[in-house]
Write a protein that binds this ligand. Structure first.
Ligand SMILES: [Zn+2]
Length: 418
């Protein structure tokens, strides 16, 4: 009796191992998929929507990067011991990264203080990173320039500003950031701005501050459309997502968000919004952070592939991409530990029967299409004679804590004669 039970249990364990996703193919088969995946990433640029390496430069080096060699940071402290150090040139090359949105992020604690100057410092350090490594990186600002850099074997480098607090509710600051190469802005981070609600306000027990976008927030969307800057809806509340999707005339992105249906975290995108993204022609770039992938403490490359498949099933294969959040988080999935491991994800999709044509879309063609869409909206608005939107945020829209930091429009009819 005991022997039978033991045999049964052994068979059960073998069955469980064989049916687990990581064992659906053996090592030899996986190696074949990896070779194919690398071929795909040689043909089209792998464009990642979000990497916090610039914020690591602030945390570990105070942005004093003059003598920093970033070829191999696995042996340099404090990088080597950090659980959120996932990026260096050597590993970017192994991972076949074709283009990267580098995040210009400063925390919400800077709002109404020095958010704007600290954001400029992050934009500056991204420019310095590119200039110090000219054989690896090329600073790019358009879909065409991404393709040109890729053809030259360089990693096209773009700036995404993470959080609307970074513009200090000023369209003038937004415009100047565009001029310095910023090609998306995440409308909020983990705090509401005076014009948009963030995702945490959807958590149980919290209440909206604005119920989505305020009238000024809608003007921010319009000005971003006019500039040709992508609207990034990662980190915002559902109502902010809906408002932006309703009024934006250009494709939007989620630079680093996964599927809410698979992990109920408000940082992820619910199915009804995924359908709106499909209508808008936008792209949801899947986040690899374990907490957004499984809502648990561990995850695997297969779990990330599940999110990509879910978004394909609900929105479509034209509306999904990757936005790792590497260097911004501590816990990354097994098989996707750092930037060197992207090919594993594409090999996993091939093993699931995905075509190479569809992989090319996920890797980069979808983002290129969305960016081109934003560029053509910009060109059309210019052709239509649309002038820069130049309203100021009403002083009454600013919360009490912002008042000491604002002198308003500073308009005076009085001549400066005395
Ligand atoms: Zn983020």
């Amino acid at each position: 009796m005991r022997l039978r039970l033991t045999v049964f249990l052994v068979l059960l364990v073998i069955e469980l191992i064989l049916s687990s996703p990581s064992r659906r193919f053996d090592g030899v088969a996986f190696e074949k998929f990896l070779i194919k995946a690398r071929d795909v990433l040689d043909r089209v640029p792998l464009i990642d929507g979000h990497n916090d390496f610039p914020y690591s430069l602030r945390r570990y080096e105070s942005n004093q990067v003059g003598d920093l060699d970033i070829y191999d940071l696995t042996t340099v402290e404090p990088w080597a011991s950090s659980s959120s150090s996932h990026t260096d040139i050597n590993r970017l090359r192994q991972g076949k990264v074709g283009a990267q949105f580098w995040s210009a992020y400063v925390p919400c604690s800077t709002q109404y203080k020095d958010a704007i100057s600290k954001t400029w410092e992050q934009i500056d350090v991204i420019h310095r990173l590119v200039e110090a490594n000219p054989t690896t990186f090329a600073f790019v600002t358009s879909a065409q320039e991404i393709e040109d850099a890729f053809a030259q074997g360089k990693i096209g480098s773009m700036v995404g500003v993470e959080g609307g607090h970074s513009i200090g509710s000023s369209l003038a600051v937004l415009r100047m950031m565009y001029d310095m190469g910023v090609r998306y802005m995440t409308m909020t981070h983990s705090c509401p701005t005076p014009w948009a609600d963030n995702s945490q306000l959807d958590d149980p027990g919290n209440v909206p501050v604005h119920d989505g976008l305020t009238p000024f927030g809608r003007t921010v969307v319009a000005e971003m459309n006019r500039l040709g800057m992508l609207i990034d809806l990662s980190h915002v509340s559902r109502k902010t997502m809906r408002d932006a999707l309703e009024i934006s005339t250009a494709p939007v992105i989620f630079s680093h968000s996964s599927a809410y249906a698979l992990c109920n975290n408000t940082r992820n995108v619910p199915d009804d919004i995924l359908q709106l993204v499909a209508q808008n022609g936008g792209v949801v770039m899947v986040n690899f952070f374990v907490s957004y992938v499984t809502c648990g403490l561990t995850a695997t490359v297969q779990d990330v592939a599940d999110h990509i498949e879910h978004i394909r099933n609900i929105a479509g294969v034209d509306n999904v991409g990757v936005g790792s959040d590497f260097n911004g988080v501590a816990r990354t999935p097994d098989g996707l530990k750092d930037v060197s491991q992207y090919p594993n994800l594409f090999a996993e999709l091939l093993a699931r029967g995905w075509t190479e044509t569809d992989l090319e879309k996920v890797a980069g063609l979808n983002l290129l299409r969305a960016l081109r869409g934003a560029e053509s909206v910009r060109d059309q608005m210019a052709a239509d004679g649309i002038k820069p939107f130049d309203e100021w945020i009403p002083q009454t829209d600013l919360p009490a804590e912002a008042q000491p930091c604002s002198t308003g429009e500073y308009k005076s009819q009085k001549l400066l004669t005395e």
